[in-house]
Ligand binder design. Structure first.
Ligand code: EZ4
Ligand code: CO
Length: 402
């Protein structure tokens, strides 16, 4: 079997998604997600100009060899653009291989290690009453674990709070939305939010919170300590993790579980974090980490240190990337939880998928491959729209981590 076509398609059924479709001489197709939010066209060019010519005529069964040749053969290593491009190839090849086998992908990854995959959903509100309503809404949808984010008094727009044009919603603007930030105000406010949520919903509901890279290690350590009594399932991205050693300070001071990794794109990004057991959950996405092959290696490595999986699952990963994650989640032993925001109805029409969401849990379904069909005609009716993620500034105008 040979690859005879490799098409890169950008569609925006509400937000942009980049899809790679590989076609073989036997007429089989495999899909991969290459969506890099806010930088989509860079990955499109990387794939079209530099990767597609290398794939044509090759044997799609040679997944590991193809991965290594794209990674090592480029000489320039890592980086989100490269790794999103390689991820799309890797997932499309796994999709093809599983279709040839006539099996759902999770069967090729070792088979099911559980009946279904636990998820968490996103609750948010500009203030506490709005947040409590949002938690109720997520629970009514079936979610059994909830991430809670609120506005901060004195700030206009904060990550994770959907006030009209916000974060992971598409922001079809010429220039990025500018958000404001004040770390001391946030550190004072968050414990009062968690107090209110626990008071309303009791001790059992698993609660998560995302600090979105905004704190220094010592600020993160203080926050972790301050919220211990609210028993978070995890505190996410409490401090930028390029400096892995920074997590030593956080870990030394708090037993609040820590999750990190959604902006990482290689196993080595986690080396200190995992070998020193500085985190509890590894959060990379199939789509930004080079695909299923390296993410499986990461989780096998993490398992030796009792670190669990928590694959990144925002709206800006397409149903193709979501499906790939669910197959991996079902198969690995050290599964922790899967983030799942769902997609709009239109997105689910463009990418018809076999995976299902019931009682807060996902199942990949038993269609051969990853179980996603791409409606290219509908995709073409919703072309690319330029969009940026927001940027964050302090009161004096200084750019801060978003
Ligand atoms: O900000 O995917 O945990 N989820 C997140 C996401 C990220 C977006 C960036 O594109 O932090 O909402
Ligand atoms: Co996050």
């Amino acid at each position: 079997m040979r690859i005879v076509a490799a098409d890169v398609v950008v569609t925006s059924p509400g937000r942009n998604f980049v899809t790679l479709k590989l076609t073989t001489d036997e007429g089989l197709t495999g899909l991969g997600d290459a969506t890099l939010n806010g930088r989509e066209q860079a990955v499109v060019a990387y794939l079209r100009e530099h990767v597609v010519p290398l794939l044509l005529g090759t044997d799609p069964h040679r997944i590991e060899d193809t991965w290594q040749s794209l990674y090592r053969g480029a000489y320039w290593r890592r980086g989100p653009v490269t790794m999103a491009a390689i991820a799309a190839v890797d997932v499309a090849l796994w999709d093809l291989k599983a279709k040839v086998a006539g099996l759902p992908l999770y069967q090729l990854l070792g088979g099911a290690s559980r009946e279904r995959v636990r998820t968490y959903g996103h609750a948010n509100g500009r203030d506490v009453p709005e947040l409590l309503d949002s938690v109720r809404a997520r629970r009514a949808e079936g979610y059994q674990a909830v991430r809670v984010q609120t506005g901060v008094p004195g700030l206009q727009t904060v990550y994770g709070v959907h006030t009209g044009e916000a974060i992971a919603r598409p922001t079809h603007r010429a220039l990025p939305l500018v958000e404001d930030w004040d770390t001391p105000a946030y550190l004072r406010h968050l414990p009062t939010v968690l107090e209110a949520v626990r008071h309303e919903f009791g001790p059992e509901l698993p609660l998560l919170h995302d600090a979105h890279h905004r704190l220094t290690p010592v600020q993160a350590a203080k926050l972790g300590k301050d919220v211990e009594r609210y028993d978070l399932f995890w505190l996410e991205d409490c401090t930028p993790a390029e400096n892995q050693e920074g997590f030593r300070t956080v870990r030394r001071h708090t037993t609040t579980p820590l999750a990190v990794g959604e902006v990482f794109n290689a196993v080595v990004d986690y080396q200190t974090l995992i070998t020193e057991q500085l985190i509890d959950y590894a959060r990379s996405a199939v789509t930004h980490f080079g695909g299923i092959s390296p993410l499986k290696k990461l989780f096998d490595f993490a398992a030796m240190y009792q670190v669990k999986s928590a694959v990144h699952g925002p709206e800006d990963i397409s149903p193709v990337g979501t499906a790939a994650a669910i197959h991996l989640d079902l198969a690995i032993h050290n599964f922790g939880i899967q983030e799942y925001s769902g997609h709009t109805d239109l997105t689910n029409e463009v990418f018809r998928h076999a995976y299902t969401f019931t009682d807060g849990h996902l199942h990949p379904g038993d269609a051969p491959g990853i179980g996603v069909e791409f409606d290219e005609e509908l995709a073409a009716a919703h072309p690319y729209e330029a969009a940026y993620l927001p940027v964050n500034r302090l009161a004096d105008g200084t750019v801060h981590d978003w």
